[in-house]
Design a protein around this ligand. Structure first.
Ligand code: CTP
Ligand code: MG
Length: 372
């Protein structure tokens, strides 16, 4: 019987997020869920140590088959809390939630080494940088031979009796192999892997994303809209009211920039277009403002599993002059798009066509969205 403790009770101070590190999202799931997914392929029983106050949230995340206990002040304290919840195991793996992308193969190598008779097993990688020892003033005082040094990872594996023995007293170390070594146990190594890197800072998270490979797909879409000016109508454009301008014809508020963005988003997500989503089949959207349509489009696109990366829209017409209200308009559009990046441009058409002759206004938009 193989048990596993996943240490997830750290606050992630060096990462600097407002939530515990284990709950940070990497691709389509949290760091903790990644760690649980690979360990559950080899372990019969899993205990997760949670930061105090996050036990219920983590229980919901990992499901009923996994025991969640409150972690301690140090990693070693947390491992001890996890160990107390384990009965009857031959072997125990101890894994950092922060090494989220450690593979099933790595866990299997650790287990195989235990089954081959090792009492303590640690995955290691060679050191590639030159190493120097420095003094407090920052001067190099000695060269260190890297050939004998290794970088240590998790999951680490122990017989139940060795792990219990090394945690009998409240000692502290940054990993369990150090405690096993200090207690005089033989610690065997297996080959580690780069993808088991410990996610410590936001740049580590970016590196981890590259190990997820092409799990993220990008799609783009383009949308166009045009309306003729109509005396006596208010002008709404790019989510703003333009009080001194002539408005445009149409059933809606005629916000061509908002409508073009909606169509670009529908195109990128392959969810139809403005007409098929908000036409006669959805009478509640008759007369909706451009901002409302953007909000609902954003909801539909997100519900289909996408996030909006950025949107660019160009207004084509002689009036109004966008420049002085560009910042305000970008803020209005971005708010309606759930905070997505927005670029807003404007151009005239050298007197040509509907817009050049001053008969109306048009807009063209593009959107980039991602799916995990
Ligand atoms: N850990 C734990 N209990 C603690 C401290 C750390 O269970 N009291 C866990 C972390 O959640 C992490 C692993 O031990 O999965 C390795 O620790 P580290 O990467 O240092 O994470 P944090 O302690 O959260 O980060 P920091 O040191 O930057 O605060
Ligand atoms: Mg720490």
């Amino acid at each position: 019987m193989i048990a596993a403790i996943i240490a997830a009770a750290g606050s992630g101070e060096r990462f600097g997020a407002s939530i515990p590190k284990a709950l940070i999202q990497l691709g389509d799931r949290t760091l903790l869920e990644h760690a649980v997914a690979s360990i559950s392929a080899v372990a019969d029983q899993i205990v997760v140590t949670a930061p105090a106050g996050y036990e219920e949230q983590i229980k919901k995340l990992v499901g009923d088959d996994i025991v969640v206990v409150t972690g301690g002040a140090t990693r070693s304290d947390s491992v001890r809390a996890g160990l107390a919840a384990i009965k009857d195991a031959d072997f125990v793996l101890v894994h950092d939630a922060a090494r989220s992308l450690a593979s099933v193969d790595l866990a299997k190598r650790v287990v195989a080494s235990l089954q081959g008779g090792a009492v303590a097993v640690v995955p290691v990688l060679p050191v590639v940088d030159t190493l120097q020892q420095v003094d407090a003033a920052g001067n190099v005082v000695a060269a260190v031979d890297r050939a004998q040094l290794r970088r240590v990872q998790t999951p680490q594996g122990f017989t139940y009796s060795v792990l219990s023995q090394i945690h009998q007293s409240a000692q502290d170390a940054t990993d369990d192999s150090t405690l096993a070594l200090n207690a005089g146990h033989a610690v065997q190594t297996v080959l580690g892997e780069e993808r088991a890197l410990k996610i410590t800072t936001p740049s580590d998270l970016a590196t981890a994303l590259t190990f997820l490979g092409d799990a993220t797909t990008f799609t783009t879409g383009v949308g166009v809209d045009a309306h003729a000016f109509a005396q006596g109508r208010q002008l709404w454009l790019a989510g703003l009211h333009w009080p001194d301008e002539v408005g445009v014809d149409g059933h809606s508020d005629g916000d061509v920039a908002a409508h073009a963005i909606c169509d670009a988003l529908f195109a990128a997500s392959n969810l139809g277009d403005l007409g098929s989503n908000f036409g006669t089949s959805r009478p509640e959207y008759a007369g909706a403002s451009g901002a409302q349509l953007l909000e609902e489009t954003t909801r539909l696109v997100k519900a289909a599993g996408y996030s909006i990366s950025n949107v660019s829209v160009q207004v084509i017409g002689n009036r109004p002059k966008i420049g002085s209200r560009r910042v305000e308009a970008i803020a209005a559009l971005s708010a309606a798009l759930g905070g997505a990046d927005v670029a807003l441009l404007a151009t005239t058409t050298d007197g040509l066509g509907l817009t050049g002759e001053g008969k109306g206004i048009a807009a063209i938009a593009s959107a980039l969205i991602t799916k995990n």
